[in-house]
Unconditional design. Structure first.
Length: 275
């Protein structure tokens, strides 16, 4: 919760909240919810503009107390004034972004989202193996999980996900599961369409991805090996369980990030939303 008096704590919380939003906004089950998110972003944009101006003011007012690391007062004053100028330039850019967000908000307010067509039967969804790391290979993602949290650990492991290629390999090798970690002592964390499985006591970590089967016939045609659906007990054992087969190393992507932030614009009109 914001303190409204501790700038350092509130800045850290705002940064974490935006980081969470960057991950959460990768998909929307209800598209109409995007309108409210844009409205909240517009309010945040206005506050950001105010914060930049206020910090710039303080740099100017306190310039007489500024020194550099070597104790040079003139250099400290120059840097304080330069900081203030750059912050004001940033505030002007935020103003321009706010105007664009306003136009996007107005356009979003004219959209009437219709629900997806009702289907007679939903396609079955299971989980395919993306990567399994154990021993020394698991040290880095386990450290990321411990120090930064499950979102960053998923980001790191997702570099082994090559989409259809990964899905085909999992189907061919039988690394497909009804539930992540079912019947094991794994710690399971769901993040979007990914499931992170961890067993720190044994020292392994793995990543599964949700897989929606097109239909039974297509699935059987895609599999060259035995189908896990015909080996009932195997489906109850996670690929990250002790003794499970270990996937060979896969070269990482050049880009370790699995999402890119979208550019957005600011709001002038709020159909019932407070700005």
């Amino acid at each position: 919760m914001p303190t409204f008096f501790d700038s350092t704590a509130d800045a850290a919380e705002a940064s974490e909240a935006l980081r969470g939003l960057a991950h959460a906004s990768r998909g929307f089950d209800q598209p109409a919810e995007m309108y409210g998110v844009i409205g909240d972003l517009s309010s945040g944009m206005r506050s950001l503009r105010q914060v930049l101006d206020q910090i710039a003011d303080v740099h100017e007012r306190k310039a007489a107390h500024a020194f550099n690391d070597d104790g040079n007062h003139e250099a400290g004053v120059r840097d304080a004034l330069a900081t203030a100028e750059e912050l004001r330039q940033a505030a002007n850019l935020v103003d321009r972004a706010y105007d664009r967000l306003a136009e996007g908000f107005i356009a979003a307010g004219r959209i009437a989202w219709h629900p997806d067509p009702v289907v007679e039967e939903a396609a079955p969804s299971r989980w395919v193996n993306v990567v399994f790391l154990q021993g020394d290979e698991a040290d880095r993602p386990l450290r990321i999980l411990s120090e930064l949290g499950h979102v960053d650990a998923v980001d790191y492991l997702a570099q082994w996900d090559y989409g259809d290629e990964t899905t085909r390999a999992a189907l061919e090798n039988g690394y497909v599961y009804n539930e992540p970690g079912q019947g094991t002592d794994d710690q399971v964390v769901i993040s979007g369409d990914y499931a992170l499985l961890v067993n720190p006591h044994i020292g392994y970590i793995s990543l599964l991805r949700r897989y929606t089967e097109p239909d039974t016939e297509a699935q059987e045609a895609a599999q060259t090996g035995p189908s896990p659906t015909r080996n009932g007990p195997e489906l109850r054992v996670s690929h990250s369980s002790p003794g499970a087969p270990k996937r060979a190393d896969v070269p990482s992507k050049s880009d370790g990030s699995w999402f890119e932030p979208a550019k957005i614009a600011a709001v002038k009109q709020a159909r019932g939303l407070g700005l």
